[in-house]
Design a protein around this ligand. Structure first.
Ligand code: FAD
Length: 408
């Protein structure tokens, strides 16, 4: 194998798999992506890409395309369920980072990646309609089998096949069902005029008493925006975790009936949604291995996490950068896969666990506990704002997007 560039087979053409293809190609490493879907569909809703992810996408030359499609976020803003401002801080370039924070439709982000792969690696780089059913390896290479297509062979196999990863299931056969956090989410998008700064990533309320996360993801020429919103509510059972499951307003509207704030009318935002999707709060306990010889995992297949804090997509992108860098920098590809696991597994495992009970939204939970969910006169009389900033800073450290770790 030494001297010859290893051919990498990537299973899954989502955010992580396509970024890996671009990062390998940028280093002259051959690869091919095998995607189950017969065509890429513009599915999903909003996703936040914070500066740690944008640093890597910028290195791949994608910042202008993302800037044209997404909204550059200016601030994180936290409110209680009465619409009172608790805490706000600038984000991305407005906080002094060299790299922006984009809020973007997942379909737009995916299209930017898919177009770049097609343009740079050629139309054959992604094989659609290839659903992986298993992978084998021996001392000379890997063989991937598909449901309705001929097998593919190469030097390395990367399972970037998302939350329901076939390859993870093969590597960890005794792993049980996903961990359900007792919370269901409803997500939607609504076209409307801008609110607050027109680029605020806004969190309102608590899971127990009603919670919304709201941010714009597309800007239109007529001055309106596509606004993404998601609510989390306690639930005893969960729907299938499929990003296309439709949701019903009557299942979640109750806590928001009187949430008409002077900065946003939330019942109206919900009522005017273009569509609503339901998704459970699920993840998996971190595993102790991703790499088994010539096979490894990446993104949601490696570390499925609650979609909080803007890190599911970001850490798939960071995985891709690390794996491409190590495969390029080390002569033994198997050693590179082990080094990749050593670098990325502990970091992402800590985020999975932190997202369960200490996400940035904990700022609002802390104030809610002190006020009993009632309105306050002055936030400074409830809690020192420095304590709220410390909650946010702790999360940034764990998720690796502090100003120090990303760079100015
Ligand atoms: C359709 C869709 C919509 C989403 N919408 C949102 C959203 O609105 N907001 C949000 O925060 N996150 C969303 N996500 C999840 C988000 O993309 C991921 O959490 C994150 O970006 C990590 O990326 P990933 O590449 O690891 O996984 P994903 O982006 O989920 O990509 C995994 C890919 O693997 C493919 N795949 C699965 N099984 C196989 C197989 N056996 N063989 C071959 N290919 C396979 C899938 O079709 C998919 O393209 C969505 C994911 C999908 C697939």
């Amino acid at each position: 194998m030494t001297g010859k560039k290893p051919r990498v087979l990537i299973v899954g053409g989502g955010i992580g798999g396509l970024t890996l293809a671009l990062a390998l190609h940028a280093r002259g490493l051959p690869c091919r992506v095998y995607e189950a879907a017969p065509e890429f569909q513009p599915l999903g809703v909003g996703i936040n890409m914070l500066p740690h992810a944008i640093r890597e996408l910028t290195a791949l030359g994608l910042q202008p395309a993302l800037e044209a499609l997404g909204v550059e976020a200016r601030e994180f803003a936290y409110f209680n369920r009465h619409g009172q401002a608790i805490f706000a801080e600038p984000c991305g370039r407005f906080a002094g980072y060299e790299y922006p924070h984009f809020s973007i439709h997942r379909a737009d982000l995916h299209k930017v990646l898919a177009d770049a792969v097609a343009n740079r690696l050629g139309p054959d780089a992604v094989r659609l309609g290839h659903r992986c059913i298993g992978v084998e390896q021996d001392t000379s290479g890997v063989k991937i089998s598909f449901e309705d297509a001929e097998p593919a062979t190469g030097a390395i196999a990367v399972g970037a096949d998302g939350f329901h990863s076939t390859i993870r299931r093969q590597l960890h056969p005794s792993e049980g069902v996903p961990h359900f956090g007792g919370i269901n989410m409803w997500r939607g998008v609504t076209r409307r005029k801008p609110f607050l700064t027109g680029a605020s990533v806004t969190r309102v309320g608590t899971v127990a008493r009603g919670k919304m996360v709201i941010y714009p993801i597309r800007q239109f020429d007529d001055g309106t925006q596509l606004v993404n919103w998601v609510t989390e509510q306690p639930s005893d059972d969960h729907k299938p975790n499929d990003w296309a499951t439709p949701g019903k307003i009557e299942d979640f509207i109750a806590p928001f009936a009187d949430w008409r704030f002077d900065w946003l009318d939330i019942p109206r935002l919900i009522a005017e949604a273009e569509f609503i999707l339901e998704y459970p709060m699920v993840d998996r306990d971190p595993v102790d291995r991703w790499t088994f010889g010539r096979i490894t995992l990446l993104g949601d297949a490696a570390h499925p996490m609650y979609p909080r804090g803007g890190n599911g997509g970001a850490h798939a992108i960071l995985d891709a950068e690390a794996l491409a860098r190590l495969l390029d920098g080390m002569t033994d590809p198997l050693a590179a896969l082990r080094a990749y696991e050593d670098e990325r597994l502990p970091v992402t495992g800590e985020i999975v666990l932190t997202n369960r009970d200490q996400p940035p939204d904990h700022i609002i939970e802390a104030v809610d506990a002190l006020t009993g969910g009632e309105p306050f006169d002055r936030i400074e009389d409830v809690i020192d704002p420095a304590e709220l900033a410390a909650i946010s800073d702790r999360y940034k450290d764990i998720a690796r997007y502090s100003l120090e770790s990303v760079g100015r």
